[in-house]
Ligand binder design. Sequence first.
Ligand SMILES: [Zn+2]
Length: 302
Amino acid sequence: MKLSLPIALVFSALLSSAASAATVMGSIKPISLIAADLLQGVAEVDTLLPEGASPHDYALRPSDRRRIAEADLLIWVGPQTEPYLEKIIAASDIDALAWQEEGEEHADEPQGGHEPGQDQSQPHKEDQHDDHEAMHPWLSPESAEHFAEQITELLVSKYPEDADKIEENLAKFLESVELLNNESEAKLADKKTIGFFVFHDAYQGLVSHFGLNQVGYFTLDPSRKPGAKHLSELRSQLEENKISCVFVEPQFSPAVIEAITRGLNINEGKLDPLASGINVQAGGYVAFIAGLVDQFDSCLAP
Ligand SMILES: [Zn+2]
């Protein structure tokens, strides 16, 4: 049936008002991608950070504050990765859910209440290596599976009439991640000994998941330049042929990598930890991780 124009307009007005009534917001794209899988056919998903922005050096704009206030639910990484969201969440009455690693949810914090998942057990020591690794949990497929289960629990309590659909979406998501894991494992099986550097130390979730050989990183914190001593160590490792591949990132323009690899036969790949260019729709998270795996696959050539 072809709708006459006025009826089509009424329909689209109804649809858009329904969508703005229930919008779940992911603070960064990778979180939105997971939410979009779970909320397929249930609610719209929006992303706080604009394309190309990094949570490492972001400052909220007034329009961001308005969008947060209008959202039904904000899903974020947490105060360590996104300190600029901590106060605004605490001061507003928005529902918020922070990323929880397996086991963390036993802390006595309210589930999806008005308190953000302020995890007091994690010290804010951003200079420490392990802590920076922990700032990018979305890059670990295992952690994403676990967090998807956490999000689902909250969504089911928020949208009880859609509980069956959300649970079904979760099952599909978990299945698709398992399939991705198996396919990626097969792709990377013969690349595990090949040494590489990453631009910033964000990828441990993925690197350890597939047992890859990350030899070093240019910087721990992408907003700081690597020191001269660290760079000369990297240069020695490059010259000793320990490294076949160096990964850059689209959010930062590392002239330093160009300088240090000049004249050496090193492959260059690009890892985007924030899924730029991936559409927020069901299947997006798997497409994002598959894209990273493809970068490893092509850059890690002997
Ligand atoms: Zn980082």
